[in-house]
Design a protein around this ligand. Sequence first.
Ligand SMILES: Cc1cc2nc3c(=O)[nH]c(=O)nc-3n(C[C@H](O)[C@H](O)[C@H](O)COP(=O)(O)O)c2cc1C
Length: 436
Amino acid sequence: MSGSGEVQPPGTTAVPGDSVVPAASAKHKPNVVLGVGGGIAAYKVCDLLRRLTESGHSVRVVPTAAALEFVGAATWAALSGQPVTADPFDHVEEVPHVRIGKAAELVVVAPATANLIAKAAHGLADDLLTNTLLTARCPILFAAAMHTEMWEHPATQANVAVLRSRGITVLDPAVGRLTGADTGRGRLPEPSEIFAITQLMLADEAARAAGQSVADLTGKHVLVSAGGTREHLDPVRYLGNSSSGKQGYALARIAAARGAKVTLVAANSELPDPAGVQVVPVVSTRDLYDEITGRAADADAIVMAAAPADFRPADFAEHKIKKTADGAVPAVNLIQTPDILKTVSHDRARPGQVIVGFAAETGDAEHTVLELGRAKLERKGCDLLVINDVSGGKVFGSDVNEAVIIDRNGTALPFPSGSKDALAGVIWNLVATHWH
Ligand SMILES: Cc1cc2nc3c(=O)[nH]c(=O)nc-3n(C[C@H](O)[C@H](O)[C@H](O)COP(=O)(O)O)c2cc1C
């Protein structure tokens, strides 16, 4: 699908696969310390531990005494294959309160309780984990989880700000069901999301060590759409599409990991909320239109990875449409939905705003996928268009993507095949070049 005038985005290597957000060395998987705090979500961290060990990391679990009230040392030892204690006076001859932190190449604290955040912010060292946090000189990630009141308390917020000012990554808790019957901000982000952030942090660290620069999105607010819209015919039936939302979620996750403030408008996706991202759920193309146009003025970039419907049923039946005895089939009249990409591209809500569209094309008898994409970029007026060849069911629901990214100058950057995270990295690199 490559066209003429191909360009290489700044900060990327020849084949824009996983190397675009540079991967940690294939030979050496960094040593991870997994600090576990005394929160109800400690059990979920077994899944995070599994993901880390199965991807090849050596993981030393360091729970707090309170954490061991929730999940016992035997579970951590069996899953990690390493000794487990909360006490710095166990095996003193090995000086664990210094050695573990110094050997760590990444420390992840999950769940990071209000107490642990406070102790780390003040430099206390009264157990093995807090000693380790003071001796570690590697990237540190805190995944916070606690009741909303504890999280919102000015003391906790001040402590989080202190940790962040020291370069520690603190993931805000996710919104959802909490320990009791209540709901709010406080849940541990999903282990799959915490794992994804660990891999991005390690890739970022490897890039820094290799002297490569990873574009910095700090200070930018980006608006991303994901998923497939549903246009209801009646309360139970709808016209929909096969978009899983994975590419939009990857864009949101990567932007957040690179420091951006991210709002993700998500249409009917089953995926877990990406850590640190504000997720706004929507159903129909009209809902998506309202949320995107309503938020556009605050956005430095808008990336429309969702698959909205072009048409919707003209009428909505209040009650489920029934079969009739005479076998008559109801006619469904369709009308056009609002064109979100065209609207935000033509009515730019903010100077310097970068707008990225997606095109899922199958090509036809007269036109290639690339030709159809170029015509769409012209019609819509966006700055970049990511063209996916979806013939034969490719792309939808998959974890890998294959695309060509074109811009208004007619240049075309092929992305031959790679993870959706890697494609997201390339897209943000290109968006960042428009800002600079
Ligand atoms: C059932 C239960 C659930 C708790 N969940 C949390 C939690 O999710 N987050 C939190 O900050 N504290 C939570 N706590 C309070 C902590 O266990 C307590 O503050 C403890 O001192 C934390 O110790 P640590 O930070 O050393 O692990 C919970 C306590 C209980 C009894």
